[in-house]
Design a protein around this ligand. Structure first.
Ligand code: C2E
Ligand code: MG
Ligand code: MG
Ligand code: MG
Length: 286
């Protein structure tokens, strides 16, 4: 089919469709195998207090390397897992691994650093979301104080009563709450007042042009002031340069995350990173 009609746009279309389809079938098979073998890893990216040059926490980001597909980005497989419901067992594995590695972090002597977990809106909306999370913490003999939960605007947009109830309950349990990718959603700002959020994470897309574009600067500045008025701390995502840090510090931004300090790295590398940081900054770690 393709050889004979190779120059015909129509057959190219089908070829593309076939490749996409094949990838999807492989993805489906492989992701189910990965769940069975708990084949996901967590990488961690430090959050830095730029006023004190102090590391205050880590964000856990899932990684999946597969024999057939190679490294698959969470930006690809998380949406697929959400569509198929496979996000539920994957979320369970992620939380368990975070609990296991929190113990490793504590053993290495870091007694206060918290780990942020990204929670999918599909998982959040499950009836037994709170119970399942509590059960996992109990299983690992750890408590919510050690964790932060990152939700997106998409999560808090839906079914208000249920969302508020769950967020309040998470706070009562001791979790800190972050609104992730702030500025990319379509929801109204009023949720910022109603929901008990501790941190607002400004999306990378705003930070990217902050050095060259005055209007981006104005938006970031306004977000920081607003968040502070609402008693939230601000985290800037995707910070890659010292110029960006200087501007953000000037604006009063509290924390930053980004390649400037570190890409997400596995727990053993992270512990080395923390040790080096302590050495260079004379013990500035929570
Ligand atoms: P996110 O939660 O907003 O995570 C931030 C993303 O930005 C991560 O991509 C991180 O590697 C990347 N990043 C951090 N600093 C920089 C920087 O300085 N420059 C650039 N260009 N990128 C930076 P990643 O790990 O590919 O994750 C993408 C998204 O996938 C996450 O966005 C989150 O929505 C989702 N995700 C990742 N891990 C999990 C997880 O464990 N559970 C769930 N439900 N979703 C996850
Ligand atoms: Mg996040
Ligand atoms: Mg984000
Ligand atoms: Mg993002």
């Amino acid at each position: 089919f393709s050889k004979q009609n190779g120059r015909n746009g129509f057959s190219f279309y089908f070829e593309e469709l076939n490749t996409d389809n094949e990838r999807l079938i492989t993805l489906d098979t492989e992701i189910r195998k990965a769940i069975e073998h708990r084949d996901f890893e967590l990488y961690y990216q430090p959050k830095v207090n730029i006023k004190k040059n102090k590391i205050i926490g880590l964000e856990a980001l899932v990684r999946w390397k597969n024999d057939k597909l190679g490294f698959v980005s969470p930006a690809e497989f998380i949406p697929y897992a959400e569509e198929t419901g496979l996000i539920i067992p994957i979320s369970e594995i992620i939380l368990e691994k975070a609990c296991e590695e929190l113990a490793v972090l504590r053993m290495a002597g870091y007694s206060k650093l918290s780990i942020s977990i990204n929670i999918s809106s599909i998982h959040f909306q499950q009836q037994n979301f709170l119970e399942s999370i509590q059960k996992t913490l109990e299983k690992y003999n750890t408590s919510a104080q050690n964790f932060e939960i990152e939700v997106t605007e998409r999560t808090v947009m839906n079914s208000e009563e249920d969302t508020i109830r769950k967020l309040v309950r998470l706070k009562q349990l001791g979790f800190k709450l972050s609104i992730d990718d702030f500025g990319t959603g379509y929801s109204s700002l009023s949720y910022l007042v109603r929901f008990p959020l501790d941190y607002l994470k400004i999306d990378r897309s705003f930070i990217h042009h902050i050095v060259n574009l005055d209007d981006k600067q104005a938006v970031v500045d306004a977000i920081i002031q607003m968040a502070h008025r609402l008693n939230m701390k601000v985290i800037a995502e995707g910070v890659e340069s010292i110029q960006q840090i200087n501007i953000l510090r000037e604006m009063g931004c509290d924390y930053i995350q980004g390649y400037y300090f570190s890409k997400p790295i596995p727990m053993d590398e992270l512990i080395e990173f923390l040790q080096l940081w302590e050495y260079e900054h004379q013990g500035e770690i929570e």
